[in-house]
Ligand binder design. Sequence first.
Ligand code: ZN
Length: 246
Amino acid sequence: MKIKTEALVIREKSIGDNDRLVTLMTDNMGIINAFAVGAKSIKSRRGAASSLLSFSDFTLDKKKDSYRISEASIKRVFFDVGSDIESLSLAQYFCELSEYFYPLDEYSKEFLRLILNSLHFITTKEKSLNMIKAITELKIAAISGYEPNLISCSGCGKFEDSSMFFNFSDGSLYCSSCADNGGMIQLSPDILKAMRHILYSDFSKIYSFSLSENNMKKLSKVTERYILYHAEKNFKTLDFYNSIKQ
Ligand SMILES: [Zn+2]
């Protein structure tokens, strides 16, 4: 059976001298593994299309539960050997997050679009890595069923305060009068505004906001803690990214 799909390669593994096993984030079948036979041969058109962080149109042969790439045509290659290690490791963290959180429902197209947009901004260097990381983490959480409710204080409905407090466990927000001290993180008005922008703007505008780089770093720490809390695990690609980040 032949199947067509658009997919991003989020993991690759060499098999023997010539072949590759790739993990594909598809637009219509979730995350699957597929064999790219002969992919490591220089002449192979499947080679580049099946390399890590390439986005391609694939035709797959399905036999029982396994897939084999029969044709591939590249749409975009996000990284090459010249990419800097910090950008590449952030991209690999997004791949690991995707394997863990990717939804098998109508939200998968939005998820894939988010990752493609984030990879685009990493490679063009138009946005800071802290910003791209924060947007990607918070949106992944929201798409995957952990959307925080940052509209107003869950206790009294207040929209703004000198500081607001974010409760990780249920994603709720409290003003300074309603917050208790247990397990909440303080958000400055600027950071709360950025988080509201990411969550509530039209998708095409989520990468358009400004914040000082120092606040962007703080925002990225908040979104990181939030996604790790709900993943209930650590990601080794994130640990690596944090260890080399300037
Ligand atoms: Zn309140």
